[in-house]
Design a protein around this ligand. Structure first.
Ligand SMILES: Cc1ncc(COP(=O)(O)O)c(C=O)c1O
Length: 388
């Protein structure tokens, strides 16, 4: 464990970091890869016939191949952009060009708003409609069976569903969701942003059409990726400049790529591939259980979401009676412990829980560099608040 922590220069200030679900610290090889590229003579735009341009082109190709390996896809399926949200707006806007009045999209209350608002706005512009698959209002879990009824008339074009909640870590039954959607001719986009850092995600085995993931959640730089099923990238016409009449991902990547960040993405993906993700998931789940049990034992603390299960991202949310979530986060920050508070953009879930008026929840996430000592520090911090 100490070995892994030594790979994260950002841990040197001694803060206890539970803010991973909002973004992790970059791993050392990622930082080096970005700096090395920037310091080299390679920086140039891609597509030229001179050496620097070819080297930059190779950086882009390597990044596509590395991300593809993480999720069992092909390099030519990987589209890069500044963030998942940015890509989602571009993708849904392009899809909506073929939607008609009467077409429908299904979104879910479990999702981060970047997998809801882009669909809502694209549907509104096309005269289509969005229906919401509801969560259980108590534990916030999502049953996908009602999809069958929603899709039954064959007018649902896309099902947009979370691969793991960014609040509770809950993983809906994706295989079943895909099965139902396919039965009625709908396509499936899975928001993998909170899932890919923690759980095996195989786009082929899941049979999904599109997966999103953001490298800054898995120790890489700030960027987003969409992994799109073969054929679909070519079938949909993106908003693009006329000369960008390329095949495959570059057709979707408007403007010049952040090539230096792609160098960092490759390094971060290689870090992720160093150890089997299922092995890491076991360690992370153990720490999550420790945290969940410890919090549940503190009087006045309510942990929201499902009980700890292996197939879950290691993230949880809680509230502390009599304390606004922002005040809890500020109290913990005064002890040099980083957590997030509010709705964390999981707007629908916080509303379904009826927690908007009271400021939402406090969120803590376990990542590769989290230790049992970190968990103890967080538990002591929360306990100090309820005792004091
Ligand atoms: C589950 C989930 N989906 C999507 C996003 C949006 O990702 P990005 O910040 O790359 O736009 C986030 C960001 O926190 C997230 O947690």
């Amino acid at each position: 464990m100490s070995d892994v922590r030594s790979r994260f220069p950002g841990l040197s200030d001694g803060w206890v970091r539970f803010d991973g679900p909002a973004g992790t610290l970059p791993v050392d090889t990622c930082v080096d890869a970005i700096a090395d590229y920037m310091r080299s003579s390679a920086p140039a735009n891609v597509g030229g016939v001179f050496e620097a341009s070819e080297r930059s082109g190779a950086v882009v190709d390597e990044a596509r191949a590395a991300v593809a390996r993480m999720v069992n896809a092909q390099p030519e399926q990987v589209v890069f952009g500044p963030s998942t949200t940015n890509l989602m707006f571009a993708f849904t806007r392009a899809l909506a060009r073929t939607w008609e009045a009467g077409d429908r999209i299904v979104c879910t209350q479990l999702d981060h708003d970047s997998n809801v608002s882009p669909w809502l706005q694209a549907a509104r512009d096309a005269g289509a409609a969005v229906e919401m698959l509801e969560v259980d209002p108590v534990d916030g879990t999502l049953d996908v069976e009602p999809l069958a009824k929603l899709c039954a008339d064959g007018r649902v074009r896309w099902v947009a569903i979370s691969g793991a909640s960014n609040l509770t870590g809950h993983v809906p039954d994706l295989k079943r969701a895909v099965e139902i959607a396919k039965q009625y001719g709908a396509r499936v986009l899975v928001d993998g942003v909170a899932r890919v850092p923690h759980l095996p995600t195989d786009v082929e085995a899941l049979g999904i059409d599109v997966l999103s993931t953001s490298p800054y959640k898995w120790y890489g730089p700030h960027a987003g990726c969409l992994i799109v099923r073969n054929g679909l990238l070519q079938e949909i016409e993106p908003y693009r400049v006329r000369p960008a009449d390329y095949d495959g991902p570059p057709r979707w990547e408007t403007g010049t790529a952040q090539i230096e960040l792609l160098a960092g993405i490759t390094a971060a993906a290689e870090f992720m591939l160093e150890t089997p993700i299922a092995e890491e998931a076991e360690r992370e789940t153990r720490l999550l259980a420790l945290l969940q049990e410890g919090l549940s034992d503190i009087s006045g603390v309510t942990v929201r979401g499902p009980s700890v299960t292996p197939d879950r991202a290691p993230t949880l949310v809680f509230t502390v009676e009599g304390h606004h979530p922002d005040a809890v986060a500020a109290h913990l920050a005064s002890r040099r412990i980083a957590v997030w508070s509010g709705d964390n953009y999981a707007q629908e879930l916080v509303d379904a829980w009826g927690l908007r008026e009271t400021g939402g929840v406090v969120r803590a996430g376990v990542v590769r560099y989290t230790t049992a000592d970190d968990v103890v520090a967080l538990l002591q911090g929360v306990a100090a608040l309820t005792e004091g």
